[in-house]
Design a protein around this ligand. Structure first.
Ligand code: CUA
Length: 156
């Protein structure tokens, strides 16, 4: 079979791009744990405060430096709204809302989620330094939107 020179170049180029693409997606999915939005967990928005772990929100110790932080969002507050986290902790933050769409962002970190009724939003954040962080709602949720905040305190 004879290939024209340009045909060969483009074939090699196309196959290389395909391999690079599959590698990027593969490493992201299997090595870095990236998931599609479809794997998000659901919750009955009318039963948030009766559903574990949101029936007892707050910081939960898992193992080593791993923690889970479960937060209930509602107009216009977070429960709990003062959170103490030990320095160096790797925290999986889970947030569920009882009413409308809210946000959950920790100023100065990459934690920034939309919290939709019916879904549990999760993000894992490490806190390498001590300090105080402001938690803000960044989705307009009503007249008290600008008052919706909480505080994360990272302690020794
Ligand atoms: Cu909650 Cu804006």
């Amino acid at each position: 079979m004879h290939f024209h020179k340009y045909e060969k170049i483009w074939l090699i180029f196309g196959i290389t791009i395909l391999i690079v693409f599959l590698l990027v997606v593969g490493v992201g999915a299997f090595a870095m744990g990236h998931q599609t939005a479809g794997s998000i967990k659901t919750i009955d928005p009318e039963k948030v405060t009766e559903t574990a772990p949101f029936d007892n929100p707050g910081l939960v110790y898992i193992e080593g430096n791993k923690y889970e932080l479960n937060i209930v969002a509602e107009a216009f507050a977070y429960t709990p709204n003062e959170i103490q986290i030990p320095k160096g902790a790797e925290v999986k933050i889970n947030v569920a809302t009882k009413d409308v769409v809210h946000g959950f962002s920790i100023a100065g970190t990459n934690a920034n989620m939309i919290v939709e009724p019916g879904y549990i939003s999760s993000y894992t954040q490490t806190f390498p330094k001590t300090g105080e962080f402001l938690v803000l709602c960044n989705e307009y949720c009503g007249v008290g939107h600008h008052l919706m905040m909480a505080k994360v305190e990272v302690t020794e």
